[in-house]
Structure formats: structure tokens, C-alpha cells
Design a protein around this ligand. Structure first.
Ligand SMILES: Cc1ncc(COP(=O)(O)O)c(C=O)c1O
Length: 341
């Protein structure tokens, strides 16, 4: 059996509306670069469909399958109050009849808004850890699992972002979907820009690209960091991707040095809006009618816009932006769009 065949046989439950659209964004390309515009394509994973969509739904197709296979009856995960991953996990649990407990980072921010509000509507048990650091929050999740076990419940813990080898399977398969669509549009070679946070999405993309090379699609991924330094994300991407390769019995192995991360678009920090991100959101909204968000996709698009403006791509050269969702968080940033600039 080939790597691709083994990938296709991994346990998966259907949740996302697939394939997501692959579409040209010519007015956005002209808005950035006028007559010298590259051919800009959007891969619309904001339209995966589950409770306002996003990238985590693809990961959850594999994580929920693993939980069901293992006889778990509760999903426990974490993230920021505005976590898109937590919201999609709440929806996935609802769809498959699993209780969902969200142990969100920090203190309760007050009246729910954006993703936090959707968590509540989706019926998740939302708790705030009172601590921020990943390890401290994980400790609380483990203690919760033990407490639930003593009540005869079996809790499946999903680390932040679903960024574990099983979750990254979702983006290895997503690349094969993208490769088919790109080849059908006559795009054989292209750079791909995607927001990178907890690194699991890019890990899947990197592994998928190495598999798709064998199908004749030559894509190169630029992860645009929304939080960490480039070397930290690159190490995580390689670690998770290698775990995913092992899961499917593939010999492919990645080194951190092969992973390209652009970390100059983070701004002051995670979830802090940047002028470049706000500009990118407004540009895409006003040229194509497509919404981005200030935490992830706005910063990733700001990276693409900047690279195009620096002349990195020639006229008509294909460039792909992988839209990973995040729109519910927009409502929490209303002031950024309405204040006088
Ligand atoms: C909208 C959006 N884009 C991109 C990402 C980044 O994915 P990852 O954490 O797998 O790097 C996330 C993750 O939270 C997200 O919510």
C-alpha cells in the first residue's frame, strides 16, 4: 500500500462540507498590485460549514473518529476565550452526541461574545482555567479527566488547536483536495500562505505537499505566525508532521530547516490587532466580499499583501491564500474598524 492509500484509510467521521471552494480573487490581486498583479487564489476553508466553519473541522474529523473508536464520551479541549478550535469542538461534540467541556485560558472575560457566545449556544460546558500557560491549563485538563474517570466517564483530551499528529491528518488530506483543484485550474506550482499558530495545520499541509508532489503539484507553504517566533513554530511543525507520517506508516521525515515561517506580521502579540491585518481585512472584504479575522487570517493576508508589494511575484504568477476561518472573532474587535484612523 502507498502512503496515500494508508492516509485515505485513516478513521474519519464526516463533518466538513468538502471540497471547499478554490476560487480566484482578481479584484483583490489588482487592489494590491494593480497591472502587475499575480493570480491570487483563495482556498475557502472558512466554508467548512460546521457552526461558521474554519480549519479545525478538518482536524476534528479525525480526532472525533479516534475518540469514538476509543469509547470516549466527553471531549475536553482548551484555547483562548475566542478560540475557533474550541467553538468547532463544541459543534463537533453536539453533532456526534459527545459532551464537550472547554477549559479556556485565563479568566472569564464577562458577557460571552464571538466564539465564546457560540460555545454557549452549542451547549458546551465552558469553564475558565484562571491560568494562561499551556502546561498549567493542561494540568487542569488532566485533573478533570481523572475526576471524570472516578465518575465512570471517559474524557478524550484534545491539546490546544487540535495540533497533534491525528489532527494534522485533516490538513494532509486537505492538500490532496487543493492539489486536484489547483491542477484543474492549470496551477502546477504555487506558494501557499496560511496562518500558523499551534502548528498542526501547517504540519498537515507540509506532509500533504510532500505527498502531493507525487501527484504533480508543486506547492510551497509559508506559515504566517500569529504568535510564536519562526524557529519555535518550525520545530513544532516538523515534530507534528513527523508524528503524522509515522501514523500512516510513511518514511517521509521533515527537518525544521525545511519549514518556512514568516514571523514579522505578528505585531505586539497573539490576538492583538495590527494595522496591516486590519488593512488586509478591509481590502479583501471590499474587493471580494470575503471576511477575514484580526487574530489569524488578517495577519496571514497582511503577510501575503506585503510580499506581493515587495515584488516577490510576477504578473499572473499564481499565489494561493488558504483561508482558515475565524470570522466570529471579528465582533470582538468592532472598535478596531470603527475608531478614527
Ligand atoms: C482561523 C484560524 N486560522 C489558523 C489557525 C492556525 O492553526 P494552527 O493552530 O493549527 O496553527 C487557527 C487556530 O486556532 C484558526 O482558528
Amino acid at each position: 500500500m502507498t502512503d496515500l492509500e494508508r492516509l485515505e484509510r485513516m478513521p474519519r467521521v464526516p463533518m466538513a462540507a468538502l471540497p471547499t471552494r478554490f476560487e480566484e480573487a482578481p479584484r483583490m490581486a489588482r487592489a494590491i498590485a494593480g497591472d502587475k498583479a499575480p493570480s491570487l487564489y483563495l482556498k475557502r476553508d472558512d466554508l467548512t460549514g460546521l457552526a461558521t466553519g474554519g480549519n479545525k473541522t478538518r482536524k476534528l474529523e479525525y480526532l472525533v473518529a479516534d475518540a469514538i473508536k476509543g469509547g470516549y464520551d466527553i471531549l475536553v479541549t482548551t484555547g483562548a476565550a475566542q478560540s475557533n478550535h474550541a467553538r468547532q469542538t463544541a459543534a463537533a461534540g453536539a453533532k456526534y452526541g459527545l459532551k464537550v467541556i472547554l477549559v479556556l485560558e485565563g479568566e472569564d472575560p464577562g458577557p460571552p461574545q464571538g466564539n465564546h457566545l457560540l460555545d454557549v449556544i452549542l451547549g458546551a460546558d465552558v469553564r475558565f482555567a484562571g491560568v494562561e500557560e499551556d502546561e498549567a491549563v493542561w494540568g487542569k485538563m488532566v485533573a478533570l479527566r481523572d475526576e471524570l474517570a472516578s465518575q465512570g466517564r471517559k474524557a478524550y483530551l484534545i491539546p490546544v488547536g487540535g495540533s497533534v499528529p491525528i489532527g494534522a491528518l485533516g490538513y494532509a488530506t486537505a492538500v490532496l483536495e487543493l492539489a486536484d483543484q489547483a491542477l484543474a485550474a492549470g496551477v502546477k506550482k504555487a506558494d501557499i500562505y496560511i496562518a500558523s499558530g499551534s502548528a498542526g495545520t501547517q504540519a498537515g499541509v507540509e506532509l500533504g505537499l510532500r505527498l502531493a508532489h507525487r501527484q504533480g503539484f508543486d506547492g510551497h507553504c509559508y506559515g504566517v505566525s500569529v504568535s510564536h517566533r519562526a524557529h519555535e513554530i518550525a520545530a513544532e511543525v516538523a515534530r507534528i508532521a513527523n508524528g503524522t507520517a509515522e501514523l500512516i506508516g510513511s518514511d517521509i521525515r521533515l527537518e525544521p530547516g525545511e519549514i518556512d515561517i514568516l514571523d514579522q506580521y505578528v505585531g505586539p502579540g497573539y490576538a492583538v490587532a495590527t494595522p496591516g491585518g486590519i488593512e488586509a481585512i478591509e481590502l479583501l472584504a471590499r474587493s471580494e466580499g470575503v471576511l477575514l479575522d484580526p487574530v489569524y487570517t488578517g495577519k496571514a493576508m497582511a503577510g501575503l499583501v506585503d510580499q506581493v508589494r515587495r515584488g516577490r511575484y510576477g504578473r499572473g504568477e499564481p499565489v494561493i491564500f488558504w483561508h482558515t476561518g475565524g470570522v466570529p472573532a471579528l465582533f470582538v474587535y468592532a472598535e478596531e474598524f470603527t475608531k478614527k484612523r
